[in-house]
Design a protein around this ligand. Structure first.
Ligand SMILES: Nc1ncnc2c1ncn2[C@@H]1O[C@H](COP(=O)(O)OP(=O)(O)OP(=O)(O)O)[C@@H](O)[C@H]1O
Length: 338
């Protein structure tokens, strides 16, 4: 972690390095939505991305009288994690940040990565509530975004997953989505900020690490430079498209859905007269919103066929839901428990 002088924040007199300027610009834009005298929470693991974020935030917040809190979550999964959290918090405190350390117990099912993430976000939400912050800032970079798009493509789960991470989602902000990971590291180097390198970031057991370390460099080599930026642009465009679809569906759903016995009914004609992109999203929306079910493409298409390829077929049973055609309605009901 930094020596006492290593974290010196730029005082406007020395020349600002380009990487720090890029990080600060991202943070400054993010703060534009904040009211005067707001409080903001930075999520800081101690890695280069979130340390660069926190340093920039501490600097930018001063000019706006914004109070800065930080949270460092100690998952207790690696030896020495408590020391890393302590040292991170100490550094942040020297920048005028009110640093919080939260210890969590990772017990959830669903894979160790997801379990740690769930525990982390619960702790972050609790501190955000307690401190009454307007924004919660995360240090995801353009490279994280590019990897998310690549993994979304590989999963084949459609445009909905290509939109990847939102720059702003409720109170969660990601000011560094336009900043390269190399820039956060360069910024820390230039300012003498010591960072913690999470060994998991180099562990090829994780698909994301393989995407970063193996797949993207091959793309760059074989297809030319600028792949990460191109993938991040894909996320931006997909997000625009998805936002438009979401708005259409919200307007449309009111008109074409009505409560049915133990479920919900959708007009066949409404589904039939719309393009597949909207029809399939409507079907997925009803399943998700009404029954909490996440439909696969195969299941979505089987339900759509009740409209597009009607041959008198029986109910389509997908996990948690039974869907059948009844006259001019498609009726979704909760599946009977075995
Ligand atoms: N233990 C933690 N405590 C607080 N915030 C965290 C923690 N781990 C991750 N975050 C937040 O989530 C963001 C994304 O985390 P992730 O582990 O995907 O990226 P990373 O490349 O390791 O980030 P960093 O370089 O900041 O560690 C981080 O930049 C940080 O804002």
């Amino acid at each position: 972690m930094p020596s006492p002088t290593s974290h010196t924040q730029n005082d406007g007199r020395s020349r600002l390095d380009a990487a720090t300027a890029a990080v600060r610009l991202g943070v400054r834009r993010s703060l534009e939505s904040c009211s005067a005298d707001a409080a903001v929470l930075a999520c800081v693991s101690g890695g280069a991305d979130s340390m660069a974020l926190a340093a920039a935030l501490a600097f930018e917040a001063k000019a706006r009288s914004i109070r800065v809190h930080s949270i460092t979550v100690d998952h207790g999964l690696q030896p020495g994690s408590g020391t890393v959290a302590e040292r991170t918090a100490q550094t942040l405190a020297t920048w005028g940040i009110e640093a919080h350390i939260e210890q969590v117990t990772v017990t959830d099912a669903g894979g160790p990565e997801a379990a740690a993430r769930n525990a982390r976000y619960r702790a972050i939400d609790a501190v955000a509530d307690r401190t009454g912050v307007e924004l919660v800032m995360l240090g995801h970079t353009l490279d994280d975004q590019a990897e998310s798009v690549l993994l979304g493509l590989a999963r084949g789960s459609g445009a909905g997953s290509l939109k990847a991470m939102a720059p702003l989602n409720g109170r969660y902000a990601r000011p560094l989505l336009g900043v390269r990971r190399k820039q956060t590291r360069d910024s820390c180097m230039a300012r003498g900020i010591e960072v913690w390198d999470d060994p998991q970031n180099d562990d090829d057991a994780f698909a994301r690490v393989r995407a970063r370390r193996i797949v993207l460099p091959v793309f760059e080599k074989e297809l030319g430079p600028g792949i990460a930026e191109a993938l991040a642009r894909t996320a931006e465009q997909s997000r625009e498209d998805e936002d438009a679809f979401e708005q259409m569906i919200e307007e449309f759903i009111e008109e074409v859905c009505e409560p049915a016995e133990a479920g919900i009914a959708v007009e066949v004609s409404a589904l039939a007269h719309n393009p597949a992109a909207l029809r399939n999203r409507l079907i997925r929306y009803v399943a998700q919103a009404e029954f909490g079910a996440s439909l696969s493409r195969t299941h979505t298409l089987a339900i759509a066929a009740l409209v597009t390829d009607w041959r008198g077929q029986g109910p389509i049973n997908v996990p948690g839901i039974s869907v059948s055609r009844r006259g001019d309605r498609i009726v979704f009901t909760a599946a009977e428990k075995a």
